[in-house]
Write a protein that binds this ligand. Structure first.
Ligand code: PLP
Length: 421
């Protein structure tokens, strides 16, 4: 991509021409507004529908129609092993071994199940550290979890907030808090990227600090997976969960993803709530007493494969295999930097970008904080065919997902704001 950036259509077109991932845009369906494709900056909330999804669903409908129960063992993709088909792609996306990843249920459900495995409070060690302003569902999950153990959220949950006058957290403060809690800390549960500010946390350093005090490090990666590259195994993250309908484009309610580090995943003694799908396949249909977990992350699977909310993710992951996380991230860094540059050329709109300016501390999303008229400006953007979302108080989240957003889209967004706002 040419540098320095320029706020011109020619520059954006040149950047598109140099974009090795440009063709992927054609692989997605775009909603339309006033007869033209919208500018879609909401891939952090619900990714677009990949064009290959419809056929993939048809294939499973055919198996069901023609094979019925035989579809578990026959058909194009036997359902008995359905979660297995997604593991190689997901392992590449989150940077782990195939034995450390599986798909099941949905995100908050999986957070509960994993926390029941990994949060084992004792009278001395019972605290959970979270970022203040975590996604509400995560807050509810942790609150109800500690209550489930008979603990008080006020004493068991510790929230770390940015310093006075700052909008995002400093890694050194997170580390210092973990060290200060020491042996009272049972678990760190952080969002990998905070959904509101767009801040990407240093998962490796947080994990290392948690391990130094013998605490567990778990992450909600809803806003990270398919957005920035991860090395969960190498960083020794203990567990993680994510949803598949944001950057992964798996569709609304798509099956969630789960990672469990090898040292726990291969150990049948790791506590968990079981079900027949997590049971060793050789033993499963003997229907005998005694749960024998699979010695991989699928040992956390509980129920029969959810084929119809897995198939669209399976199709979407084919695109990730072709694009590759490294290339997606490389494009994303440029795309978001270009968006940031253009936003700085808009003197008439009064907002502050609260997402860190350092690219190492963010993914595709920039959060624009409007002291005034945020909701009104958001509504006007939607009217203008710009799909972004609004989060109280005052933040419009703008997320150019590199898989299907072009430099020209970013430029057109700027042009509309410059000329009509
Ligand atoms: C999107 C998101 C969720 C949503 O959870 P579901 O169980 O899929 O509804 C939860 N946590 C975070 C951090 C999210 O970004």
């Amino acid at each position: 991509m040419p540098v320095p950036f320029q706020a011109t259509r020619e520059f954006a077109l040149e950047a598109d021409a140099a974009d090795v991932l440009a063709e992927f845009k054609q692989q997605f369906h775009f909603p339309k507004k006033n007869g033209r494709d919208v500018i879609y900056f909401c891939g952090n909330s619900l990714g677009l529908q990949p064009r290959n999804v419809e056929q993939a669903i048809q294939t499973e409908l055919t198996s069901w129609r023609e094979e019925a129960v035989g579809g578990y063992f026959g058909g194009r993709h036997p359902w008995l092993y359905y979660q297995e088909y997604l593991k190689p792609s997901l392992a590449r996306i989150v940077g782990c071994l195939e034995t450390e990843v599986t798909v099941m249920n949905t995100l908050t459900v999986n957070l509960h199940l994993l926390m029941l495995s990994f949060y084992r409070p004792t009278p001395e060690r019972y605290k959970i550290l979270m970022e203040a302003g975590a996604f509400p569902s995560d807050q509810y999950a942790v609150e109800t979890l500690v209550k489930h153990y008979g603990l008080e959220p006020e004493t068991a949950i510790l929230e770390i907030a940015p310093r006075e006058g700052e909008k995002t957290l400093r890694t050194e403060d997170i580390i210092a808090t973990i060290e200060a809690q020491g042996s009272s800390l049972a678990m760190v549960l952080f969002g990998g990227i905070n959904y509101y500010t767009g801040q990407l946390f240093d998962l490796q350093r947080i994990t290392r600090a948690a391990h130094q005090v013998n605490a567990i490090a778990g992450f909600d990666l809803a806003h990270v997976v398919g957005n920035t590259p991860l090395l969960l195994h190498e960083w020794e993250v203990d567990f993680a969960a994510w949803c598949s309908y944001k950057y992964l484009n798996g569709g609304p309610g798509a099956i969630g993803g789960v990672y469990v580090h090898e040292r726990f995943a291969t150990n049948p003694q790791t506590p968990r709530l079981g079900g027949w799908w997590g049971n060793d396949e050789k033993e499963r249909f003997k229907m005998e007493k005694g749960f024998v977990p699979k010695t991989n992350a699928s040992g956390w699977n509980i129920s029969t494969a959810q084929v119809f909310n897995t198939v669209s993710l399976k199709a979407a992951l084919e695109l990730f295999d072709k694009a590759g996380m490294e290339r997606l991230r490389a494009k994303s860094l440029q795309l978001t930097a270009y968006l940031e540059y253009l936003l700085h050329q808009l003197p008439n709109l009064a907002f502050e970008i609260i997402t860190p300016a350092d690219a190492a501390e963010r993914g595709a999303q920039l959060s624009l904080y409007f002291k005034e008229r945020g909701k009104e400006i958001h509504n006007k953007m939607i009217e203008s065919g710009i799909i972004v979302d609004y989060r109280e108080p005052g933040v419009i989240r703008v997320a150019p997902a590199p898989m299907y957003v072009s430099f020209s889209d970013v430029y057109r967004f700027y042009e509309i704001l410059r000329d009509h706002f």
